[in-house]
Design a protein around this ligand. Structure first.
Ligand SMILES: Nc1ncnc2c1ncn2[C@@H]1O[C@H](COP(=O)(O)OP(=O)(O)OP(=O)(O)O)[C@@H](O)[C@H]1O
Ligand SMILES: [Mg+2]
Length: 161
């Protein structure tokens, strides 16, 4: 299982990382599923916003989806942004139509993905965010399934340069 740990010293570093992830995801011909985990205020929505903006979405469109379970944005790819915080079970994710998303070219971003881990597809990219300071965050990016290894490689390479 390949993974990379990257530190963001501030929000702008988080933004840059999200842009790099966006770039690594759009080169895939298939869609993508990104499972975001980390405590309240970790920066999951912040990360989603930057990733979406990198794909041409208007930043004002990207809201915290806490009260709306699913947002859809049109960018270079269609993006579904889901917040599982209020979902009680993996089954509720299925009821939102998740099965269809996973087989499509859509980029699916799921906050609080741990809550619905049983409903995730066999392969996805996990982004785990740890709060390391007022403005700093540690990102642990992990390929679950070999098809995301290339994304991790791209991020490692970028970090080495
Ligand atoms: N390096 C950083 N990266 C991301 N966010 C940061 C960073 N430093 C500070 N922040 C702040 O942390 C907060 C992150 O909020 P955000 O809504 O993205 O969290 P979240 O993980 O989505 O929380 P929730 O679980 O409530 O959905 C924002 O207020 C943001 O300005
Ligand atoms: Mg959020």
């Amino acid at each position: 299982m390949s993974e990379v740990i990257l530190d963001a010293v501030d929000e702008w570093a988080t933004a840059t990382l999200a842009q790099a992830v966006a770039a690594a995801l759009v080169v895939r011909t298939a869609g993508a599923v990104v499972a975001l985990n980390g405590p309240l205020g970790a920066g999951k929505t912040r990360f989603v916003r930057e990733l979406a903006v990198a794909l041409g979405v208007n930043p004002d469109e990207v809201a915290s989806p806490t009260f709306v379970l699913l947002h859809e944005y049109a960018g270079a790819r269609t993006i579904y942004h889901c917040d599982a915080y209020r979902l009680r079970s993996a089954r509720e994710l299925w009821e939102l139509g998740a099965e269809e998303w996973f087989d499509s070219a859509v980029i699916v971003l799921i906050e609080w993905a741990d809550r619905v881990v049983d409903a995730l597809p066999a392969e996805y990219l996990e982004v785990r965010i740890e709060v390391t300071g007022d403005t700093s965050r540690r990102f642990n990016l992990r390929a679950v399934g070999v098809s995301y290894d290339a994304v991790i490689d791209a991020l490692r390479q970028r970090n080495a340069n």
